[in-house]
Design a protein around this ligand. Structure first.
Ligand code: URA
Length: 234
């Protein structure tokens, strides 16, 4: 990692401030003053700022119960974002592991561990996502078999991977998919001549949204949950 990036991560100082400190000679690497922002560090290097040893912060992992009306983005000129729910330092550094539409509620994961995010969201890992949905038109008994066979979305060359649709009543269902195509659930129902009116994500892989979290609330993941999610690739 570059020295300026390391110092910025470790201190949460803006890059411009880090560059000033580097220029002033406040940063040492292995007890030698270092002014080169682009210096590449190895794991053995000891970096100090004003004599204090710097450490990278531990990566953070959160689950959020996303309410409606927030966008899953770090910045948005028009709407509040999921980051507005978080009371955390340096929250701009967090990545959203699997986005939801503005009107979708439920489980959203946020982390500053890019590798973990990749394991959760990479299409190659086929991590399952469980949704509860409500539709405008009644759900018909033929639908579970159609979803299991693979729904053909408009404007896609290949059908979706088999998905598990469980009808809960005439207008609600639980759906488990193992892909993350753009607006996938809404497009799957549209392909069957129906329309999703409410959509809520209950789980990603085996990780269920904590039912003690009200919409807008969040909590840290436990270390077991972090490991479980990155190791269980269904
Ligand atoms: N599928 C959708 O259509 N919307 C979401 O927010 C998530 C999955």
């Amino acid at each position: 990692m570059r020295l300026d990036k390391f110092v910025a991560h470790a201190t949460h100082l803006p890059r411009s401030e880090v560059r000033k400190r580097l220029k002033s000679g406040a940063v040492t690497v292995n007890d030698t003053k270092e002014k080169q922002a682009a210096r590449q560090l190895t794991f053995e290097d000891i970096v100090r700022l004003h004599g204090e040893i710097l450490h990278l912060p531990e990566p953070r992992y959160f689950m959020l119960h996303k309410p409606q009306g927030l966008v899953c983005s770090n910045h948005d000129g028009e709407h509040p974002t999921v980051l507005d729910c978080l009371n955390e330092p340096n929250k701009e550094a967090l990545q959203i592991a699997g986005r939801l539409d503005i009107d979708t509620t439920g489980l959203v994961l946020l982390t500053d561990d890019g590798q973990w995010n990749h394991q959760i969201t990479s299409p190659a890992h086929h991590k399952t996502k469980t949704y509860r949905l409500r539709t405008a038109e009644a759900l018909t008994p033929d639908l579970p078999a159609r979803f299991a066979a693979g729904i053909q979305l408009k404007d896609e060359s290949r059908p979706c991977r088999p998905a598990q649709l469980t009808l809960l009543d005439d207008y609600t269902a639980r759906l488990i998919i193992s892909e993350g195509k753009y607006h996938q659930v809404k497009r799957m129902l549209a392909a069957c001549g129906n329309r999703v009116t409410e959509l809520h994500r209950e789980a990603i892989g085996e990780l269920q949204l904590d039912t003690s979290l009200n919409a807008g609330q969040y909590r840290h993941l436990t270390s077991t949950e972090v490991k479980q999610l990155s190791s269980s690739n269904e």
